[in-house]
Design a protein around this ligand. Structure first.
Ligand code: FAD
Ligand code: SIN
Length: 520
């Protein structure tokens, strides 16, 4: 058993920002960050477009950013949260810059601001097309300088420790006492007892397979919180990014940033028609849900497997300067952006819902906090405005920090039981797990994708139940490993997406069900 003051699960923008702040404020306290892969591996690392925040007070205003966020959220945002996050944003970004993060500036040293879908002004702060990598670099460098932060890479959090693990009776208010963690190198499982635990475990794109998210995004934190009986909400609002690079049978993975459309690229179908203006007067810069559905509709009409992003009319030197990573990645796949259209498809990208938190990042369990993509704060409502998620991660880790400064949790006297896997055996081959994971991903793409309907969702629910019992049987009999644990988590997350989709009896924001009127 390991003991720590603050346990943070995840080393993306949300987790590391919190770790740095706590370590600086409380030099005598121990901050332990567990992360399931290399310490930099996260959705954060792959963020391209940037961070939305109001820096240009002449053309832009907090009010305009607030309105754009509320419009995207389609009536389900919490206005107080939106106002708080947007007004706090520039302060959090300045802090990040003080910690060493570099963002693009012009010849006068002023931040250069990008444009993305749904924004009424240029306000996206960026580092070329690798903004997330720069943020992750700066945060890791800072964290590694602070002696009271221990980052444990290749450590996989399996389950939160609550009264369920040591008490016969469930108390009225459940508390969190840390987590059981798998050392992925040695295979051993141990408890980390913590005064306070924060889930900063990111998104769940892998539940769909074809995704812009890296392999670590399997919704573990949400599944752990769900099993621990925390409140989970808005899981039906999956954001599909319209322009992931189409990669034949592998579907999609590499993102072609929305900033490329902000830069003037056109979407075309195979016949060469620039179709977006038939769907929305904002054309390519309509919000993501509208662009994704338009592409879905074009693909269904034509039977084609993708549409195209045309950059051939743009200044290619300027393009290379702004998007060096996208340019090079396309070139590696024999796509010369100067002459060739880029094949693109919508892919699962971001989860607008998650673990419900209040304005201090508190979940419904005592001593359990959540921030970043795994949380549901009320900022995004039914659809997230582009580049508002890194912003949310930065602001909410600061909110949790401020809360903890005022309400420092004390050490629990409860005896935490060791992980018990008596009677379980090693799983000999991972082939079954791989097959079941692919089955789940196919099921989610087929029945719970960009456009849903009630019959498909019911079918998904029936098929998922079978998969659930099969996975639970594997879990009961075998020693836990990463793939089995992830499969179990993804099945839980898929269940939440399907059940919460079935409960929504209207079309709203990023949720579209063909059984309901478009305008409901
Ligand atoms: P993450 O950065 O995903 O970090 C989660 C961490 O938790 C990882 O370290 C992971 O390994 C760890 N973890 C997960 N499960 C476990 C477990 N069981 N045990 C231990 N560790 C675990 N947003 C923007 O605002 N602007 C953008 O331009 C932008 N571009 C994007 C481009 C791409 C390709 C992608 C995928 C996302 C983009 N997003 C963007 C979204 C944004 O990057 C994420 O929402 C944000 O980075 C989430 O930060 P986070 O700290 O909450 O989670
Ligand atoms: C992008 O660069 O298109 C992603 C921006 C985001 O997800 O906010």
């Amino acid at each position: 058993m390991l003991e720590t003051n603050f346990l943070i699960i995840g080393s993306g923008a949300a987790g590391l920002t919190l770790a740095v702040k706590l370590a600086e404020k409380f030099p005598k306290k121990k901050i332990t960050v567990v992360t399931k892969a290399h310490q930099s591996e996260s959705n954060t690392k792959y963020a391209q477009g940037g961070v939305a925040a109001v820096f240009d007070l002449e053309e832009d205003s907090f009010q305009k950013h607030i309105e754009d966020t509320l419009i995207a959220g389609d009536g389900l945002c919490d206005k107080a949260v939106v106002e708080m996050v947007i007004k706090d944003g520039p302060k959090r970004l300045k802090e990040l810059m003080e910690w060493g993060a570099n963002f693009d500036t012009d010849a006068d040293g002023e931040l250069t601001l990008g444009m993305e879908g749904g924004h009424s002004e240029f306000r996206v702060i960026h580092h070329k097309d690798t903004t997330g990598n720069e943020i992750e670099r700066a945060l890791l460098e800072r964290s590694n300088q602070l002696k009271n932060i221990t980052i444990l890479p290749h450590h996989f959090a399996i389950d939160l420790i609550t009264e369920h693990h040591f008490s016969e009776r469930e108390p009225e208010e459940l508390s969190c006492y840390g987590a059981y963690v798998l050392d992925q190198i040695s295979g051993s499982i141990f408890a980390i007892k913590a005064d306070c635990t924060t889930l900063a475990s990111g998104g769940m794109g892998q539940v769909y397979g074809h995704t812009t998210n890296p392999a670590v995004a399997t919704g573990d934190g949400i599944a752990m919180a769900y099993r621990a009986k925390a409140r989970i909400q808005n899981m039906e609002f999956i954001q599909f990014h319209p322009t992931a690079l189409y990669d034949g049978k592998n579907g999609a993975s590499f993102l072609i940033s929305e900033a490329v459309r902000g830069f003037g690229a056109f979407l075309r179908n195979k016949k060469g028609e620039r179709f977006m203006l038939n769907y929305d007067e904002r054309g390519e810069l309509a919000s993501r849900d509208i662009v994704s559905r338009a592409i879905d509709s074009e693909m269904k009409k034509s039977g084609d497997e993708c549409v195209y992003l045309d950059c051939t009319h743009l200044d290619i030197d300027d393009f290379k300067h702004h998007f060096p990573n996208i340019y090079e990645t396309c070139l590696q796949r024999n796509i010369n952006v100067a002459n060739d259209w880029i094949p693109v498809v919508p892919a699962s990208h971001y989860l607008c819902g998650g673990i419900v938190v209040d304005m201090d990042g508190k979940t419904s369990l005592k001593n359990l906090f959540a921030c970043g993509e795994c949380s549901c704060t009320g900022l995004h409502g039914a659809n997230r405005l582009a580049s508002n998620s890194l912003l949310e991660a930065l602001v909410y880790s600061d909110r949790i920090f401020n809360y903890l400064c005022k309400h420092l949790p004390s050490r629990t006297t409860k005896a935490i039981p060791e992980w018990n896997d008596e009677g379980t055996v090693l799983l000999k081959s991972s082939e079954t797990l791989q097959k079941k994971t692919e089955e789940l991903q196919r099921l989610m793409r087929r029945f719970a994708g960009v456009v849903r309907n009630n019959k498909d969702l019911m079918e998904a629910s029936v098929q998922l139940e079978i998969l659930y019992f099969e996975t639970e049987a594997l879990y009961q009999k075998h020693k836990l490993n990463t793939v089995l644990s992830q499969l179990r988590n993804m099945v839980n997350v898929a269940h939440l997406i399907i059940q919460q989709s079935l409960k929504r009896k209207e079309n709203r924001g990023g949720y579209f069900n063909e059984d309901y009127d478009k305008n409901t």
